[in-house]
Design a protein around this ligand. Structure first.
Ligand SMILES: [Zn+2]
Ligand SMILES: [Zn+2]
Length: 106
């Protein structure tokens, strides 16, 4: 006789919900791309020291003009992939910059 296994579907609801789905657009357009991955690594190779404190090793690449200010897809991409809009930062400086900017976009 076959037994029916009623497995409770507890994992159906994902606890990690995207809070602001709309504001995730710049993020997914830039950071989830191979283009960004390559650009970021190349930028850090060329700028290994934090451009802010000029002391620590740069780990993050910051966008001077936040990509979230782009009003549409092409603007976001232009900001995101423009080398002149990038800044190599150590973790501490990057955090500080964003603290001052009062936004969470990298
Ligand atoms: Zn720094
Ligand atoms: Zn940043």
């Amino acid at each position: 006789m076959a037994t029916i296994n009623l497995i409770p579907n507890k994992r159906k609801t994902n606890p990690i919900h995207r809070k602001k789905s709309d504001s995730n657009l710049p993020h997914s357009l830039i950071y989830n791309t191979k283009h960004w991955e390559v650009l970021r690594i190349n930028y850090l190779v060329l700028n290994p020291i934090c451009e802010q404190c000029k002391k620590a090793l740069a780990i993050d690449v910051h966008h001077i003009m936040p990509i979230s200010t782009g009003r549409n897809e092409s603007e976001i991409k232009r900001l995101g992939f423009d080398v002149n809009n990038l800044k190599a930062c150590c973790k501490a400086c990057h955090k500080e910059i964003h603290y001052k900017l009062n936004n969470t976009y990298y």
